[in-house]
Design a protein around this ligand. Structure first.
Ligand code: MG
Length: 325
């Protein structure tokens, strides 16, 4: 294994003083009550510089995620808890997802591109330029049921050497849709300060997109758009009460609830938030570390995996992740 900046990490297992119902799971609305089972928060892996981009493989019963500053991706085996290197160097990969054929799709900071890992292991570059200029540094990605690849390009990976390399942004910080048939990308949103995590509602009629622009003088909120014929319309703020912290990544469950990360602000707010489809904040999952991104997984899609700073946490919830291949 190549040298990394790894350190020992935090103790694994159920968090100390776990009892049911776990007081770290905060119910703010009766709609969230049924989401909470007799389950506690587990730290399943630790020792990363900055964990991001979780994606679950039900066929392999493993979680793949990014450790961006260490320029690697890791694989956690759900069968026995074994942790191994999945890819290094990873070109400082950030967000990951799977397309409907089960192939891994990744946002690479350092090489400033979106790639697909084929079933035989070859890596296909889906896009690295737009309008003749290099992408900034793609951050997060989701694939629609028609195969279209939707991704954000805020450029955190070119802010400095820690998560990529320093370079000037040559493109606006856009949200893109890459058409699978033509290979053509179009700008679907151009008015974000720093577009970040994104996810579809279960019926793909809505797209939620985080603006983490508070890091650069902008907002800390989630916007939602109507989706039709590969275009977005009727953009409005869906949730906006994150400052002075912010959210980064998000996923929907099959009931349309939006589960999003929370960090960078009051430590008491570190973790995950759950919003009902009407925008009401209905519950919180409190973690010991600020959370950047999350995904649903497990054989029943009911296990929430949370990439939170130096560790990955897991929690069984009474919800089923939407669009989990
Ligand atoms: Mg992100």
């Amino acid at each position: 294994m190549r040298p990394t900046q790894s350190f020992r990490g935090l103790p694994l297992g159920l968090l100390p003083d776990t009892r049911y119902p776990d007081p770290r799971i905060e119910v703010l609305d009766r709609r969230f009550t049924a989401r909470q089972g007799n389950a506690g928060i587990e730290r399943i892996a630790s020792g990363f510089r900055w964990a991001e981009g979780p994606v679950y493989f039900r066929d392999l019963r493993c979680l793949v995620f990014s450790d961006i500053p260490n320029n690697r991706m890791l694989r956690w085996n759900e069968e026995d808890g074994h942790l191994s290197v999945f890819r290094a160097p990873s070109h400082y990969t950030n967000g990951n997802t799977r397309d409907r054929a089960g192939r891994l799709v990744s946002c690479e900071h350092d090489s400033r591109r979106v790639t697909r890992t084929e079933h035989d292991g070859r890596i296909t570059v889906l896009i690295d330029r737009f309008d003749g200029r290099p992408l900034n540094a793609p951050n997060d990605v989701v694939v629609a049921s028609d195969g279209a690849v939707w991704f954000t390009d805020p450029g955190y990976g070119i802010d400095g050497p820690y998560e990529g390399h320093a370079a000037a942004a040559e493109l606006p910080r856009n949200v893109y849709r890459l058409d699978p048939a033509s290979g053509t990308a179009t700008v679907v949103a151009d008015d974000f300060v720093r577009p970040n995590g994104l996810c579809f509602s279960p019926d793909e009629q809505r797209l939620y997109v985080v603006d983490s622009g508070i890091s650069h003088g902008g907002p800390a909120h989630i916007r939602v758009f109507d989706v039709a014929a590969g275009r977005l319309s009727n953009g409005r703020v869906f949730a906006e009460d994150f400052a002075p912290g912010m959210t980064d990544g998000l996923r929907c469950d099959t009931q349309g609830n939006v589960w999003c990360s929370m960090g960078w602000g009051d430590p008491a707010e570190d973790g995950v938030r759950c919003y009902a489809p009407d925008g009401a904040l209905i519950g919180k999952v409190h973690l010991p570390e600020g959370c950047a991104n999350l995904c649903f997984g497990g054989p029943k899609k009911d296990r929430l995996f949370m990439c939170a700073s130096t560790s990955v946490y897991a929690l069984y919830v009474n919800a089923e992740g939407a669009q989990v291949p």
